[in-house]
Ligand binder design. Structure first.
Ligand SMILES: [Zn+2]
Ligand SMILES: [Zn+2]
Length: 398
C-alpha cells in the first residue's frame, strides 16, 4: 500500500482520511483517548515544524516571494494571526537552545503551549539559565496544564533574576492596550490586554455583576459582557448608590420621531460615536432617560423632546420601595442594576408614574424591548409573556 515515492505528507494526509473514517465508527463516549492522541500528534507536528521553520528562516527562504521576514510569511502562508506567527517563530528560535524541551515536545510528553511557556522564559532570563533547571521544569510541565505551568515558569523567572523579572513586568506594562472597535454586523469588538494587577482590579469590579441569577440562561461570556456594561453604567463616580437612581451616563442618540414611535420603516438611531441601533433599542434607551437628542418633525417633536424623560428621584425611590428587585418572574437582580421600565412605553406616551413603571434589570429590559416580550402587572403579580413568533423572527434577522 505504502509506495516508496510517497512523501511523508502524502502518507499523513491519507492517514487523516483513514482516521476520520475510523473515528466515525467509534462510539461518542469512547472518543476521549482518541482526542488526547490527536492533540499529541498536533503537538508533535508543531515540534517538527518548528525545526523546519528555523532552518527555512536561516536560509532566507521566505524572501522568495518578497516577504520581509518570517512573521509576515507565516501570516500569509501559514494562515496565522500576527501574534500567533510571532509566537511560533520565537518558540522555534528559542527551542534551538533548549533541545531537551524540543525533544519532549517531539515525543508528545509536553504540549505545544508548555513549549511556548518554556521559550518565553528563555527569552526573558536567557536559555542558559533555563537549561540549568530544564529537567525540573519539564517534569512540572508534564504534570500540569499550560496555564498552571506558566505560573511555575514565572516563579522560576523571579528566582533566577528578580531584576530581569521586573524589567519584563515593565515591558509587559508597555504592551497594555484597550481597543473599542467600529460597529460591524451589529457588534463592536472590544479587546485589549492589561497587567495582571490591572486585570485583577477589572475582574473584581465586574465579577460581582456577572453572577448568574436563578434560571439564568446566559453564557459566562454573555454574563461578563453584561456585567462590564453594568459597571460602566454607574459612570465615573464608581459609587454604588443606594437605589441606582444616580445619573446615568449620557448617551447621545439621534433618532427620528418615527423611530421612537416604533413606526415600521423608520430609520435606525444614530450613535454619537458612529454606528446605528435598532428602533427597538432606541425605545429601550428612551425608557430610562438615556436619549438626549431627538430629531423629527413639527409638533410631535416638541411634545416628545419636552416630555419628562428622566424618572425623578422621588419616583425612583418609590419604585424601588415597591419592587425591591427586577420584577421579571424568577429574577432577583437588585434594584441598583435595574432600569425603570415604562409598561406603556414612554415612547408611546406612557407616563412616568409609579403605576406605569416596573424595575427591570438590563438583560430583562432588553427582553421587553428588542426581544418583544410583554411585561404586565396583574393583581400585584408580574407576568411576562414571550413574543409571538413573528417578532422573534424579526429580531433574529435584525
Ligand atoms: Zn423599557
Ligand atoms: Zn431581571
Amino acid at each position: 500500500m505504502c509506495r516508496a515515492s510517497e512523501t511523508p505528507f502524502e502518507r499523513i494526509e491519507s492517514a487523516i482520511r483513514d482516521l476520520r473514517g475510523w473515528l466515525a465508527e467509534q462510539p461518542g463516549s469512547q472518543l476521549g483517548a482518541a482526542i488526547i492522541r490527536g492533540r499529541q500528534v498536533i503537538d508533535r507536528i508543531e515540534a517538527v515544524n518548528g525545526e523546519a521553520t528555523r532552518r527555512f528562516e536561516k536560509a532566507g527562504g521566505y524572501r522568495a516571494d518578497g516577504s520581509l521576514g518570517m512573521v509576515p510569511w507565516l501570516r500569509t502562508h501559514g494562515k496565522l494571526s500576527a501574534g500567533a506567527a510571532a509566537e511560533h517563530l520565537e518558540t522555534a528560535r528559542q527551542l534551538e537552545q533548549l533541545p531537551r524541551t524540543e525533544e519532549a515536545l517531539a515525543r508528545g510528553e509536553i504540549g505545544y503551549q508548555h513549549a511556548v511557556a518554556m521559550a518565553r522564559t528563555a527569552e526573558h532570563v536567557g536559555a542558559a539559565q533555563v537549561r540549568k533547571a530544564e529537567s525540573k521544569l519539564l517534569k512540572a510541565a508534564e504534570s500540569m496544564d499550560p496555564g498552571q505551568f506558566v505560573g511555575v515558569a514565572k516563579d522560576f523567572e523571579h528566582q533566577v533574576d528578580a531584576e530581569s523579572a521586573l524589567t519584563e513586568a515593565n515591558r509587559a506594562h508597555q504592551r497594555r492596550y484597550l481597543q473599542i472597535g467600529e460597529a460591524m454586523s451589529g457588534l463592536v469588538r472590544i479587546e485589549g490586554q492589561v497587567t495582571p494587577d490591572a486585570g485583577a482590579i477589572i475582574r473584581t469590579a465586574i465579577e460581582p455583576y456577572a453572577k448568574p441569577s436563578k434560571g439564568d440562561e446566559r453564557t459566562t461570556g454573555q454574563r461578563m459582557a453584561d456585567a462590564l456594561l453594568e459597571v460602566c453604567r454607574r459612570g465615573g463616580t464608581g459609587l454604588v448608590s443606594g437605589n441606582g437612581g444616580g445619573p446615568r451616563p449620557q448617551l447621545i442618540i439621534t433618532a427620528a420621531v418615527d423611530t421612537l414611535a416604533g413606526i415600521d420603516g423608520a430609520p435606525a438611531g444614530q450613535l454619537e460615536w458612529g454606528g446605528t441601533v435598532s428602533a427597538e433599542t432606541v425605545r429601550r434607551l428612551a425608557c430610562d432617560s438615556a436619549i438626549t437628542r431627538i430629531t423629527g418633525l413639527g409638533e410631535l417633536e416638541w411634545e416628545i423632546t419636552h416630555a419628562s424623560r428622566t424618572i425623578p428621584p422621588s419616583t425612583r425611590r418609590a419604585l424601588v420601595a415597591r419592587d425591591h428587585h427586577c420584577v421579571f418572574p424568577g429574577c432577583d437582580r437588585p434594584a441598583p442594576w435595574c432600569d425603570g421600565h415604562h409598561l406603556i412605553f414612554w415612547a408611546d406616551g406612557g407616563p412616568t408614574k409609579l403605576e406605569n413603571l416596573g424595575l427591570v434589570c438590563g438583560p430583562h429590559h432588553r427582553k421587553v424591548h428588542e426581544e418583544g416580550w410583554t411585561l404586565k402587572r396583574e393583581d400585584d403579580r408580574w407576568v411576562a409573556t414571550p413574543p409571538p413568533l413573528r417578532v422573534a423572527a424579526r429580531a433574529r434577522s435584525a
